[in-house]
Design a protein around this ligand. Structure first.
Ligand code: TEU
Ligand code: CA
Length: 562
């Protein structure tokens, strides 16, 4: 299957608008030294695979020195590679080997908090006059009297008492993840210097962990979208990012379209783009958290995406994603991993890759990897473990808690990458740190590469199309049939061309609505992509490219040159 990968010129401003990124979760990607833990040499050994897929950059979840309470999101030294993953030399080799293949390495910056084992925090809790004390957020209190009733994201209070100081420190996440005090200019300076260290090593972009939560004000109960947030971001950008044309993406659960225009302003005064989560939160009960499941409304999903597509056009830039290391596998969530795994995985990929923005693929998504169901003792993720305890104590029924966990646990994304049908799935030759989804004998990269009908080759085509058709990057977006409960369709258009994307989100066939049939791209255009092979055989009238029946989870792209 000849797919011509166009390599991007990274010295061009805004190169990331044409790019497709791939997220690697280092611990679960590839082990190279027989300890059952993924590592940097493992990633290097799989660069050819990623190059074959056609991606332009790798966002790596943190591989820096860490006690691994939260799988590396608790960093104890920002300038040292954790020995579990390799050495600084391995990191330099990874950057160089990736660059040879036109692949940029994007580092995950966790700037909201450090590990409680970071040197700064160890100093900070020695005494109040220590220069590092003010690097963190402290309030007076007594064992009986917490500063206020704010809660941490992973359960329990957001305050932990240090008896020697008679003070509490603030943490939005785990007890072992104390929040940094961004109001202190010395903290910001340290972080900018650290960013320059990595830029000098050849890092070409950053993903910024919970960036909307850095400007907190616990006295007012404020975590996200604090008053100084955009001031801090402009400084961070000026000091850390701008001149190199780095690709920067902020994780911002609290972003709406208006705020995203600030974050991703075309003058690059803040970031390249943000990960927003409004679409991701649609299948939970309003006002509740992700564990309180609700069915997805397709019209709501379509309108949400259209709102972002239209809202940021010319005024900002979207990221496009359905998966990451915190989210369940999309084919299990919004697709159909029973009877239509391949079709629905491709449908979801095609719908998102046809939009304007920069797509991010999460490891294994290109294979259509699925969720897992485990006995509670086997979950590793602290969020999952804490949730179970907390809900049990609140009187929830264990079976209901498990349903939420099966659907939403972050561990769904953290099982080992499925490379082959061999023992340990080609991930390692010893038992890995966490489980392998038992379906690895069926779903794996080796099989996918041997099957031209695989999700892998479909994603490869999606990536190649983005490079070939400027309308995918630049065209306007018009949602079709917004209220239809089963069809997801839209038009991308520029002055020379039109791209029609039409998909069937249901397990039953459906006639293409009139509103779509009358589009020029449907009438005059060429069918350039479909997830049903029979569309390629034009002599069969049932299967013809202009058939008005969409099969279950079918998706088609029609391209029309005006
Ligand atoms: O995630 C931020 C975050 O808000 C998630 O914890 C999210 O709330 C949760 O997964 C869904 O309920 C980032 C990282 O992506 C995550 O892996 C880290 O655990 C977290 O920050 C703390 O650094
Ligand atoms: Ca290893």
């Amino acid at each position: 299957m000849a797919v011509n990968h166009i390599k991007l010129d990274k010295s061009k401003k805004g190169w990331w608008k044409s790019a497709v990124f791939y997220q690697v979760y280092p611990k679960s990607f590839q082990d190279s030294n027989h300890d059952g833990i993924g590592d940097l040499q493992g990633i290097i050994s799989r660069l050819d695979y990623l190059d074959q897929l056609g991606i332009d950059g790798i966002w790596m979840s943190p591989m820096l020195q860490s006690p691994q309470v939260d799988n590396g999101y608790d960093i104890s030294d920002y300038q040292a590679v954790d020995s579990m993953f390799g050495s600084m030399a391995d990191m330099e080799q990874l950057i160089a080997e990736a660059k040879k293949r036109g692949i940029s390495i994007i580092l995950d910056l966790v700037l909201n908090h450090t590990s409680d084992q970071h040197r700064w925090f160890l100093e900070a809790k020695k005494d109040k006059s220590n220069p590092y004390h003010d690097y963190y957020v402290w309030r007076d209190g007594s064992p009986e009297q917490l500063p206020n009733d704010m809660r941490a994201a992973f359960g329990g209070p957001a305050w932990t008492y240090v008896p020697e100081l008679g003070q509490y420190y603030f943490h939005q996440f785990a007890v072992q993840q104390p929040d940094l005090n961004w109001d202190n200019p010395a903290v910001r300076r340290e972080l900018y210097d650290m960013i320059r260290f990595w830029v000098n090593k050849g890092i070409e972009g950053f993903r910024l962990d919970v960036i909307d939560q850095i400007a907190k004000n616990p006295d007012l109960g404020v975590t996200g979208n604090g008053p100084r947030l955009h001031e801090f971001l402009r400084e961070l950008s000026a000091e850390g990012f701008q001149e190199e044309y780095l690709a920067t993406v902020g994780e911002a659960w609290g972003a709406d379209v208006e705020r995203a225009k600030l974050y991703s302003a075309p003058d690059c005064s803040e970031l390249s783009m943000v990960f927003q989560f409004q679409h991701i939160c649609l299948d939970q009960q309003p006002g509740k958290d992700k564990w309180d499941l609700a069915p997805l409304s397709l019209p709501a999903l379509k309108k949400c995406m259209a709102h972002w597509q239209n809202g940021l056009e010319g005024q900002g830039w979207n990221s496009l994603f359905l998966n990451n290391h915190d989210l369940p596998r999309i084919v299990s969530r919004w697709g159909n991993n029973q009877d239509h795994r391949l079709e629905s995985a491709k449908l979801l990929g095609a719908l998102f890759h046809g939009m304007q923005g920069t797509p991010f693929i999460y490891q294994g998504e290109e294979l259509g990897m699925t969720n897992v169901k485990l006995p509670i003792e086997e979950y590793e993720d602290l969020e999952t473990v804490n949730l179970y305890k907390e809900r049990l104590a609140q009187g929830y029924n264990p079976a209901d808690i498990m349903e939420s966990i099966y659907a939403r646990s972050r561990d769904n994304a953290r099982t080992m990458m499925q490379w082959s049908g061999e023992t340990y799935a080609g991930f390692s030759d010893v038992e890995p740190w966490f489980i392998i989804n038992p379906n690895y004998t069926e779903i794996n990269a080796e099989k996918a590469l041997a099957d031209e009908n695989s999700v892998f080759y479909f994603y490869q085509k999606l990536i190649a199309l983005r490079k070939q058709l400027p309308v995918i990057r630049d065209g306007s977006f018009t949602l079709l049939c917004p209220d239809d409960e089963q069809i997801f369709a839209y038009i991308r258009e520029d002055s020379n061309s039109q791209l029609l994307v039409a998909g069937n989100f249901g397990a039953t066939g459906i006639v293409i609505p009139e509103e779509i049939q009358k589009q020029s791209a449907f009438l005059e255009g060429e069918l350039i992509l479909s997830n049903y092979r029979k569309r390629e055989y034009k002599e069969d009238s049932e299967a013809a490219k202009d058939s008005v029946m969409l099969e279950p989870y079918e998706v088609r792209y029609y391209y029309w040159k005006k």
